[in-house]
Design a protein around this ligand. Structure first.
Ligand code: IDP
Ligand code: MG
Length: 134
């Protein structure tokens, strides 16, 4: 393991439902550090760049519409093994099966609104950080 950076984003439902503090608390309690944090909208360009790998899939249009629909919290998180640690704190993509105690398991109900995003590899993290923080 090594000190890594990852990109994490509290999605519009997480912000709307008032989970910012709890989510940041979970990251910090796990020993991760918030390096950058910004509340704001995701532009259409940023949404398309971030989710380029999903273009053409049945849920793609809805995903772009959703992620640009309201304020999000954009974060750079750092720490030992930060990419995997964030993913493990987030839980499974589908909140319906995400384990209790994970962010998605505790605060989400449906796949379309699953509370939080996190990079899936150090390479994705570098790409996504560049999209949201130039
Ligand atoms: P991840 O967010 O856990 O990395 P991905 O497979 O990369 O999951 O999908 C990106 C996002 O697209 C998910 O977080 C979710 O919001 C949405 N998504 C993925 N699969 C579906 C689906 O089958 N239906 C609706 N939305 C989906
Ligand atoms: Mg993903």
């Amino acid at each position: 393991m090594a000190i890594e950076k990852t990109y994490s984003m509290i999605k519009p439902d997480g912000v709307r439902n008032g989970h910012i503090g709890e989510i940041v608390n979970r990251f910090e309690r796990a020993g991760l550090k918030v390096e950058c944090m910004e509340l704001g909208m995701v532009s259409l360009e940023q949404a398309k760049a971030n989710y380029a790998e999903h273009e053409g899939k049945p849920f793609y249009e809805g995903l772009i519409k959703y992620i640009t629909s309201g304020p999000v919290v954009k974060m750079v998180i750092s720490g030992e093994g930060a990419v995997a640690k964030c993913r493990s704190l987030m839980g499974a993509t589908n909140p319906a099966v995400a384990a209790p105690g994970t962010i998605r398991g505790d605060f989400g109900l449906v796949m379309d609104e699953n509370v939080i995003h996190g990079s899936d590899s150090p390479e994705s993290a570098a790409r996504e950080i560049a999209i949201f923080f130039n």
